[in-house]
Design a binder for this molecule. Structure first.
Ligand code: NAD
Ligand code: TYD
Length: 339
Protein backbone atom coordinates (compact mmCIF):
# COMPACT_ATOMS: atom_id res chain seq x y z
CA UNK A 1 0.00 0.00 0.00
CA UNK A 2 1.19 3.52 -0.76
CA UNK A 3 0.06 6.06 1.82
CA UNK A 4 0.18 9.82 1.63
CA UNK A 5 0.24 11.10 5.19
CA UNK A 6 -0.15 14.85 5.63
CA UNK A 7 1.05 16.62 8.78
CA UNK A 8 3.43 13.75 9.53
CA UNK A 9 6.05 16.03 11.12
CA UNK A 10 3.58 16.91 13.89
CA UNK A 11 2.67 15.06 17.07
CA UNK A 12 0.14 12.41 16.04
CA UNK A 13 1.19 12.23 12.36
CA UNK A 14 4.80 11.65 13.47
CA UNK A 15 3.77 8.83 15.78
CA UNK A 16 1.60 7.38 12.98
CA UNK A 17 4.58 7.41 10.62
CA UNK A 18 6.67 5.37 13.08
CA UNK A 19 3.71 3.05 13.70
CA UNK A 20 3.05 2.27 10.02
CA UNK A 21 6.68 1.89 8.94
CA UNK A 22 7.29 -0.54 11.85
CA UNK A 23 4.12 -2.54 11.36
CA UNK A 24 4.08 -2.76 7.55
CA UNK A 25 7.65 -3.06 6.23
CA UNK A 26 6.34 -3.29 2.65
CA UNK A 27 4.18 -0.16 2.71
CA UNK A 28 5.43 3.04 1.11
CA UNK A 29 4.77 6.24 3.04
CA UNK A 30 5.01 9.77 1.70
CA UNK A 31 4.79 12.59 4.23
CA UNK A 32 3.56 15.98 3.05
CA UNK A 33 4.11 18.65 5.69
CA UNK A 34 4.44 22.44 5.51
CA UNK A 35 6.74 22.46 8.57
CA UNK A 36 4.84 25.18 10.39
CA UNK A 37 5.91 26.01 13.95
CA UNK A 38 4.37 22.63 14.94
CA UNK A 39 6.21 20.54 12.35
CA UNK A 40 9.58 19.18 13.38
CA UNK A 41 12.05 17.18 11.30
CA UNK A 42 13.61 15.88 14.52
CA UNK A 43 10.39 13.92 15.04
CA UNK A 44 11.09 12.11 11.78
CA UNK A 45 14.85 11.62 12.28
CA UNK A 46 14.44 7.86 12.90
CA UNK A 47 12.61 7.21 9.63
CA UNK A 48 14.45 9.53 7.24
CA UNK A 49 16.81 6.73 6.10
CA UNK A 50 14.01 4.22 5.60
CA UNK A 51 13.86 3.48 1.83
CA UNK A 52 10.06 3.21 2.08
CA UNK A 53 9.76 6.76 3.41
CA UNK A 54 9.73 10.03 1.44
CA UNK A 55 9.41 13.50 2.92
CA UNK A 56 7.96 16.38 0.88
CA UNK A 57 7.78 19.89 2.28
CA UNK A 58 4.57 21.53 1.09
CA UNK A 59 1.26 23.08 2.05
CA UNK A 60 -1.98 21.06 1.69
CA UNK A 61 -3.80 24.22 0.62
CA UNK A 62 -1.37 24.80 -2.28
CA UNK A 63 -3.23 23.22 -5.20
CA UNK A 64 -0.22 23.01 -7.55
CA UNK A 65 1.98 21.29 -4.99
CA UNK A 66 -0.72 18.80 -4.03
CA UNK A 67 -1.77 17.97 -7.59
CA UNK A 68 1.85 17.54 -8.73
CA UNK A 69 2.49 15.20 -5.81
CA UNK A 70 -0.58 13.09 -6.66
CA UNK A 71 0.41 13.03 -10.35
CA UNK A 72 3.87 11.73 -9.43
CA UNK A 73 3.06 9.36 -6.55
CA UNK A 74 -0.54 8.21 -7.17
CA UNK A 75 -1.14 7.23 -3.51
CA UNK A 76 -3.64 4.47 -2.65
CA UNK A 77 -4.65 6.05 0.63
CA UNK A 78 -4.52 9.58 2.07
CA UNK A 79 -4.55 10.15 5.83
CA UNK A 80 -4.96 13.85 6.59
CA UNK A 81 -3.44 14.92 9.90
CA UNK A 82 -2.29 18.34 8.65
CA UNK A 83 -4.00 21.09 10.60
CA UNK A 84 -3.63 24.03 12.86
CA UNK A 85 -4.38 22.20 16.09
CA UNK A 86 -4.18 24.48 19.14
CA UNK A 87 -7.38 26.03 20.55
CA UNK A 88 -5.56 28.96 22.21
CA UNK A 89 -3.88 29.91 18.92
CA UNK A 90 -7.25 29.72 17.14
CA UNK A 91 -8.57 32.30 19.59
CA UNK A 92 -5.59 34.52 18.70
CA UNK A 93 -5.79 34.08 14.91
CA UNK A 94 -8.85 32.23 13.54
CA UNK A 95 -8.13 32.95 9.84
CA UNK A 96 -5.19 30.58 9.55
CA UNK A 97 -7.35 27.78 10.96
CA UNK A 98 -10.02 28.32 8.33
CA UNK A 99 -7.41 28.33 5.59
CA UNK A 100 -5.49 25.19 6.51
CA UNK A 101 -8.20 23.11 8.13
CA UNK A 102 -11.04 23.77 5.70
CA UNK A 103 -9.54 24.90 2.38
CA UNK A 104 -6.56 22.54 2.74
CA UNK A 105 -8.92 19.61 3.24
CA UNK A 106 -10.86 20.66 0.12
CA UNK A 107 -7.70 20.73 -2.01
CA UNK A 108 -6.68 17.23 -0.86
CA UNK A 109 -10.10 15.85 -1.71
CA UNK A 110 -10.10 17.54 -5.12
CA UNK A 111 -6.81 15.79 -5.84
CA UNK A 112 -8.31 12.48 -4.69
CA UNK A 113 -11.22 12.98 -7.06
CA UNK A 114 -8.97 13.76 -9.99
CA UNK A 115 -6.40 11.00 -9.51
CA UNK A 116 -8.55 8.36 -7.79
CA UNK A 117 -8.07 6.95 -4.31
CA UNK A 118 -8.92 3.79 -2.33
CA UNK A 119 -9.56 5.77 0.86
CA UNK A 120 -9.33 9.36 2.05
CA UNK A 121 -9.26 9.47 5.86
CA UNK A 122 -9.91 12.69 7.74
CA UNK A 123 -8.36 12.82 11.20
CA UNK A 124 -10.81 14.90 13.17
CA UNK A 125 -11.52 15.57 16.82
CA UNK A 126 -14.16 15.05 19.50
CA UNK A 127 -14.16 18.84 19.91
CA UNK A 128 -16.59 19.05 16.97
CA UNK A 129 -19.31 17.89 19.41
CA UNK A 130 -18.78 20.85 21.74
CA UNK A 131 -18.76 20.00 25.43
CA UNK A 132 -20.69 18.05 28.05
CA UNK A 133 -21.78 19.36 31.46
CA UNK A 134 -19.55 18.49 34.42
CA UNK A 135 -22.47 17.14 36.47
CA UNK A 136 -23.66 14.54 33.91
CA UNK A 137 -21.00 11.78 33.93
CA UNK A 138 -23.57 9.53 32.23
CA UNK A 139 -23.35 11.50 28.94
CA UNK A 140 -20.87 10.65 26.15
CA UNK A 141 -20.24 11.72 22.56
CA UNK A 142 -21.50 9.14 20.07
CA UNK A 143 -21.29 9.33 16.27
CA UNK A 144 -24.88 10.65 16.33
CA UNK A 145 -24.17 13.57 18.70
CA UNK A 146 -24.89 16.83 16.82
CA UNK A 147 -21.98 19.09 15.87
CA UNK A 148 -21.90 22.02 18.30
CA UNK A 149 -18.55 23.78 18.29
CA UNK A 150 -17.07 26.29 20.74
CA UNK A 151 -13.71 27.51 19.39
CA UNK A 152 -12.52 28.64 15.96
CA UNK A 153 -10.38 25.47 15.99
CA UNK A 154 -13.29 23.10 16.56
CA UNK A 155 -15.49 25.06 14.13
CA UNK A 156 -12.84 24.69 11.41
CA UNK A 157 -12.53 20.95 12.06
CA UNK A 158 -16.32 20.50 12.00
CA UNK A 159 -16.50 22.45 8.73
CA UNK A 160 -13.88 20.17 7.22
CA UNK A 161 -15.87 17.11 8.39
CA UNK A 162 -18.98 18.42 6.62
CA UNK A 163 -16.97 19.02 3.45
CA UNK A 164 -15.61 15.47 3.59
CA UNK A 165 -19.13 14.05 4.01
CA UNK A 166 -20.34 16.23 1.12
CA UNK A 167 -17.61 14.86 -1.19
CA UNK A 168 -18.75 11.37 -0.26
CA UNK A 169 -22.41 12.01 -0.96
CA UNK A 170 -21.97 14.16 -4.07
CA UNK A 171 -18.85 12.69 -5.71
CA UNK A 172 -18.80 9.22 -4.09
CA UNK A 173 -15.31 9.82 -2.76
CA UNK A 174 -14.41 6.82 -0.54
CA UNK A 175 -13.89 8.62 2.73
CA UNK A 176 -13.84 7.92 6.47
CA UNK A 177 -13.63 10.27 9.45
CA UNK A 178 -12.43 9.71 13.00
CA UNK A 179 -13.23 11.82 16.06
CA UNK A 180 -10.61 11.19 18.70
CA UNK A 181 -10.30 12.49 22.24
CA UNK A 182 -7.19 14.28 23.61
CA UNK A 183 -3.95 12.47 22.82
CA UNK A 184 -0.73 12.45 24.80
CA UNK A 185 2.65 10.76 24.43
CA UNK A 186 6.04 11.27 22.72
CA UNK A 187 6.66 14.22 20.34
CA UNK A 188 3.76 16.29 21.75
CA UNK A 189 4.40 20.00 21.17
CA UNK A 190 4.87 21.77 24.52
CA UNK A 191 2.05 24.28 23.97
CA UNK A 192 -0.47 21.58 24.92
CA UNK A 193 -1.37 20.77 28.54
CA UNK A 194 0.67 17.64 29.29
CA UNK A 195 4.01 18.46 27.62
CA UNK A 196 3.79 22.11 28.73
CA UNK A 197 3.38 21.04 32.35
CA UNK A 198 6.21 18.49 32.11
CA UNK A 199 8.59 21.06 30.58
CA UNK A 200 7.67 23.77 33.09
CA UNK A 201 7.94 21.43 36.06
CA UNK A 202 11.36 20.22 34.92
CA UNK A 203 12.47 23.86 34.73
CA UNK A 204 10.81 24.67 38.11
CA UNK A 205 8.54 27.20 36.36
CA UNK A 206 4.91 27.83 37.44
CA UNK A 207 2.29 25.48 35.94
CA UNK A 208 -0.54 27.66 34.53
CA UNK A 209 -3.86 25.90 35.15
CA UNK A 210 -6.83 27.64 33.51
CA UNK A 211 -9.75 28.56 35.77
CA UNK A 212 -10.09 26.10 38.64
CA UNK A 213 -8.61 23.13 36.78
CA UNK A 214 -12.02 21.39 36.87
CA UNK A 215 -12.39 20.89 33.11
CA UNK A 216 -12.33 17.25 32.06
CA UNK A 217 -10.56 15.68 29.10
CA UNK A 218 -10.65 12.03 27.98
CA UNK A 219 -6.97 11.13 27.48
CA UNK A 220 -5.75 8.56 24.96
CA UNK A 221 -2.15 7.39 24.56
CA UNK A 222 -1.14 8.38 21.03
CA UNK A 223 -0.19 4.85 19.91
CA UNK A 224 -3.77 3.75 20.61
CA UNK A 225 -5.00 6.52 18.30
CA UNK A 226 -2.58 5.30 15.61
CA UNK A 227 -3.83 1.71 15.86
CA UNK A 228 -7.44 2.93 15.56
CA UNK A 229 -6.74 4.97 12.41
CA UNK A 230 -4.84 2.06 10.90
CA UNK A 231 -7.84 -0.22 11.46
CA UNK A 232 -10.34 2.29 10.07
CA UNK A 233 -8.30 2.90 6.94
CA UNK A 234 -7.84 -0.82 6.19
CA UNK A 235 -11.09 -2.33 7.53
CA UNK A 236 -13.50 0.49 8.35
CA UNK A 237 -16.56 1.07 6.23
CA UNK A 238 -16.49 3.77 3.56
CA UNK A 239 -18.52 6.92 4.34
CA UNK A 240 -18.48 6.21 8.09
CA UNK A 241 -17.51 8.19 11.17
CA UNK A 242 -15.76 6.42 14.06
CA UNK A 243 -15.30 7.90 17.55
CA UNK A 244 -12.04 6.97 19.30
CA UNK A 245 -11.50 7.20 23.05
CA UNK A 246 -10.48 5.05 25.97
CA UNK A 247 -12.63 6.14 28.94
CA UNK A 248 -9.71 7.88 30.64
CA UNK A 249 -11.42 11.00 31.95
CA UNK A 250 -9.43 13.24 34.27
CA UNK A 251 -9.78 16.83 35.46
CA UNK A 252 -6.91 19.06 34.40
CA UNK A 253 -5.87 19.38 38.01
CA UNK A 254 -5.68 15.58 38.37
CA UNK A 255 -3.47 15.43 35.27
CA UNK A 256 -1.15 18.17 36.50
CA UNK A 257 -0.86 16.58 39.94
CA UNK A 258 -0.08 13.18 38.38
CA UNK A 259 2.75 14.79 36.38
CA UNK A 260 4.19 16.53 39.45
CA UNK A 261 4.04 13.27 41.41
CA UNK A 262 5.83 11.38 38.64
CA UNK A 263 8.56 14.03 38.50
CA UNK A 264 8.84 14.36 42.30
CA UNK A 265 8.06 18.10 42.07
CA UNK A 266 5.95 20.08 44.58
CA UNK A 267 2.29 21.05 44.00
CA UNK A 268 3.25 24.60 45.02
CA UNK A 269 4.33 25.04 41.37
CA UNK A 270 0.63 25.11 40.34
CA UNK A 271 -0.75 28.58 39.45
CA UNK A 272 -4.43 29.12 38.71
CA UNK A 273 -4.65 31.63 35.86
CA UNK A 274 -7.39 33.40 33.89
CA UNK A 275 -9.61 30.90 32.10
CA UNK A 276 -9.63 30.28 28.34
CA UNK A 277 -12.58 32.10 26.67
CA UNK A 278 -15.32 29.64 25.70
CA UNK A 279 -13.49 26.86 27.57
CA UNK A 280 -15.13 23.47 26.90
CA UNK A 281 -16.07 21.80 30.18
CA UNK A 282 -15.94 18.08 29.52
CA UNK A 283 -15.13 15.77 26.61
CA UNK A 284 -15.98 12.08 26.82
CA UNK A 285 -16.11 9.56 23.98
CA UNK A 286 -18.31 6.51 23.62
CA UNK A 287 -16.09 4.14 21.56
CA UNK A 288 -18.71 1.37 21.21
CA UNK A 289 -18.93 1.55 17.41
CA UNK A 290 -15.22 1.13 16.67
CA UNK A 291 -15.00 -1.58 19.33
CA UNK A 292 -17.96 -3.57 18.01
CA UNK A 293 -17.25 -3.14 14.29
CA UNK A 294 -13.46 -3.26 14.18
CA UNK A 295 -12.51 -4.86 17.50
CA UNK A 296 -10.42 -1.84 18.50
CA UNK A 297 -9.55 -1.22 22.09
CA UNK A 298 -6.90 0.90 23.75
CA UNK A 299 -3.92 -0.90 25.27
CA UNK A 300 -2.38 1.80 27.51
CA UNK A 301 -4.09 2.91 30.71
CA UNK A 302 -3.64 6.56 31.75
CA UNK A 303 -1.57 5.58 34.82
CA UNK A 304 0.92 3.75 32.57
CA UNK A 305 0.77 6.22 29.68
CA UNK A 306 1.62 9.21 31.83
CA UNK A 307 4.65 7.36 33.22
CA UNK A 308 5.80 6.46 29.69
CA UNK A 309 5.28 10.06 28.57
CA UNK A 310 7.21 11.63 31.46
CA UNK A 311 10.01 9.12 30.85
CA UNK A 312 10.12 10.08 27.17
CA UNK A 313 10.42 13.80 27.97
CA UNK A 314 13.19 13.05 30.47
CA UNK A 315 15.09 10.96 27.92
CA UNK A 316 14.53 13.34 24.99
CA UNK A 317 15.30 16.72 26.50
CA UNK A 318 17.01 18.04 23.38
CA UNK A 319 13.84 17.46 21.32
CA UNK A 320 11.71 19.80 23.45
CA UNK A 321 14.50 22.14 24.57
CA UNK A 322 15.13 23.05 20.92
CA UNK A 323 11.47 24.08 20.75
CA UNK A 324 11.15 26.03 23.97
CA UNK A 325 14.42 27.89 23.38
CA UNK A 326 13.22 29.27 20.02
CA UNK A 327 10.26 31.37 18.84
CA UNK A 328 8.15 29.53 21.46
CA UNK A 329 9.35 32.05 24.06
CA UNK A 330 7.46 34.85 22.24
CA UNK A 331 4.36 32.64 22.11
CA UNK A 332 4.66 31.87 25.82
CA UNK A 333 4.95 35.54 26.70
CA UNK A 334 1.94 36.43 24.50
CA UNK A 335 -0.20 33.63 25.93
CA UNK A 336 0.79 33.64 29.58
CA UNK A 337 2.55 36.96 30.25
CA UNK A 338 -0.60 38.82 31.33
CA UNK A 339 -2.75 35.98 32.63
P1 NAD B 1 0.27 19.22 15.44
O1 NAD B 1 -0.06 20.66 15.53
O2 NAD B 1 1.25 18.62 16.40
O3 NAD B 1 0.82 18.89 13.98
C1 NAD B 1 0.25 19.42 12.82
C2 NAD B 1 1.19 19.13 11.66
O4 NAD B 1 0.56 19.63 10.47
C3 NAD B 1 2.55 19.85 11.77
O5 NAD B 1 3.57 18.97 11.40
C4 NAD B 1 2.41 21.00 10.79
O6 NAD B 1 3.66 21.40 10.23
C5 NAD B 1 1.50 20.40 9.74
N1 NAD B 1 0.75 21.41 8.98
C6 NAD B 1 0.07 22.49 9.48
N2 NAD B 1 -0.46 23.20 8.46
C7 NAD B 1 -0.13 22.55 7.32
C8 NAD B 1 -0.41 22.79 5.94
N3 NAD B 1 -1.12 23.84 5.55
N4 NAD B 1 0.07 21.91 5.03
C9 NAD B 1 0.80 20.83 5.42
N5 NAD B 1 1.11 20.59 6.69
C10 NAD B 1 0.64 21.42 7.64
O7 NAD B 1 -1.12 18.46 15.52
P2 NAD B 1 -1.50 17.06 16.16
O8 NAD B 1 -1.81 17.25 17.59
O9 NAD B 1 -0.53 16.03 15.73
O10 NAD B 1 -2.90 16.79 15.45
C11 NAD B 1 -2.95 16.13 14.19
C12 NAD B 1 -4.41 16.02 13.74
O11 NAD B 1 -5.15 15.29 14.71
C13 NAD B 1 -5.10 17.36 13.60
O12 NAD B 1 -5.91 17.30 12.45
C14 NAD B 1 -5.96 17.48 14.85
O13 NAD B 1 -7.11 18.24 14.60
C15 NAD B 1 -6.29 16.03 15.13
N6 NAD B 1 -6.53 15.66 16.53
C16 NAD B 1 -5.63 16.01 17.50
C17 NAD B 1 -5.86 15.61 18.82
C18 NAD B 1 -4.87 15.93 19.90
O14 NAD B 1 -5.12 15.61 21.07
N7 NAD B 1 -3.72 16.50 19.61
C19 NAD B 1 -7.00 14.87 19.14
C20 NAD B 1 -7.90 14.54 18.11
C21 NAD B 1 -7.64 14.93 16.82
P1 TYD C 1 -5.02 21.47 25.44
O1 TYD C 1 -3.87 20.54 25.65
O2 TYD C 1 -4.78 22.81 24.85
O3 TYD C 1 -6.10 20.64 24.60
P2 TYD C 1 -7.66 21.01 24.27
O4 TYD C 1 -7.94 22.40 24.66
O5 TYD C 1 -7.70 20.82 22.79
O6 TYD C 1 -8.45 20.01 25.03
O7 TYD C 1 -5.73 21.71 26.85
C1 TYD C 1 -6.21 20.62 27.61
C2 TYD C 1 -6.92 21.19 28.82
O8 TYD C 1 -5.94 21.84 29.65
C3 TYD C 1 -7.94 22.26 28.49
O9 TYD C 1 -9.04 22.14 29.39
C4 TYD C 1 -7.22 23.57 28.74
C5 TYD C 1 -6.26 23.22 29.85
N1 TYD C 1 -4.97 23.97 29.85
C6 TYD C 1 -4.55 24.60 31.03
O10 TYD C 1 -5.23 24.57 32.08
N2 TYD C 1 -3.37 25.29 31.00
C7 TYD C 1 -2.59 25.36 29.88
O11 TYD C 1 -1.52 26.03 29.91
C8 TYD C 1 -3.02 24.68 28.70
C9 TYD C 1 -2.20 24.72 27.44
C10 TYD C 1 -4.23 23.99 28.73
Amino acid sequence: MKLLVTGGAGFIGGNFMHYILNKYPKDKVICLDALTYAGNMETLADVMDNPNFTFVKGDISDRDTVFQLFEKEKPDVVVNFAAESHVDRSIEDPGLFLHTNILGTGVLMDACRKYGIQRYHQVSTDEVYGDLPLDRPDLFFTEETPLHTSSPYSASKASADLLVLAYHRTFHLPISISHCSNNYGPYHFPEKLIPLMIANALNDKPLPVYGKGENIRDWLYVEDHCSAIDLIVRKGREGEIYNIGGHNERTNLQVVKAILKELGKPESLIRFVTDRPGHDRRYAIDPTKIHNELGWEPTTRFEDGIKLTVKWYLENRTWWEHIINGEYQNYYERMYGHR
